[in-house]
Design a protein around this ligand. Sequence first.
Ligand code: HBI
Ligand code: FE
Length: 291
Amino acid sequence: MDTPKGAVMPAVYGQSERPPRGDYSRGGAVHDDYTCPQDWASYTPADHDTYRRLYERQAAQLPGLACDAFIASLPSLGVKDRIPRFDEINERLYKATRWEVVAVPGLIPELPFFTLLANRKFPVTDWIRKPEEFNYIVEPDVFHDLFGHVPMLFDPTFADYVQRYGQGGMKAHGLGAGEKLARLYWYTVEFGLIRQQDGVRAYGAGILSSVGELQHAVRSNEPHRLPLDLLRTMRTRYKIDSYQSTYFVIDSFAHLFDLTAPDFTALYEQLATQPDIEADVLLPGESGSIA
Ligand code: HBI
Ligand code: FE
């Protein structure tokens, strides 16, 4: 049964008070799973030019900083000089890992978000930032979602991890542990680092789509870098509007997938007894640097 016009309410991301950017009514064109048509014809020449400039600048930065899987899959996004049509990407993505990109008006509430991921549907915001927001935008736009997230969904193991994350998220929501699990998403899918033979590289979308954070996360000796550990990671708070002070590093996507195999209920019980850790804190015994 379709929701009455404009009935879907936007999500607020993290602790922000700002009203979300997206138009969640569009005269009822937003379905009750929060998906909507991409309406490609509504993009202006300035929108396409913003995408082209963002893509060009970010792609030039990747060598030596982005992980191999991301660099190998980036061409699968297709066109670089304008905002791609999601159904064109889906022809390739579905063949590769049975995922598809779906358009959403912006951030959506936790449960619909987890449910889409559990069904191998990645929600991609359908609007793009204004030229004056070229260097930074707090809320994910189509460039962050397409450039940052979608290439990694062409990696079969990572694609399975994100679906398992969605399934886990639906359970966590039921247990009231959504916020803990959101930290795992934040420190892997959004800001994750992976150790390769040739050194640490980025696989997190928030890093890969950011002009400044890519260098900071991979090269700077300012942030802490810790091995990903479920308990430590889900205790660690994060910041939504500045570079991260801590990054978590995995050895492989298979390692990440295996880590999240068991049921998390016991983990949530353990987490309930342990205090959160601020993003810039190191615990006794943690070196904070990974070779
Ligand atoms: N909605 N469209 C969109 N994209 C996200 O990345 C997103 C979201 N809603 C909630 C959310 N992320 C986070 O709270 C997840 O960690 C659950
Ligand atoms: Fe994101």
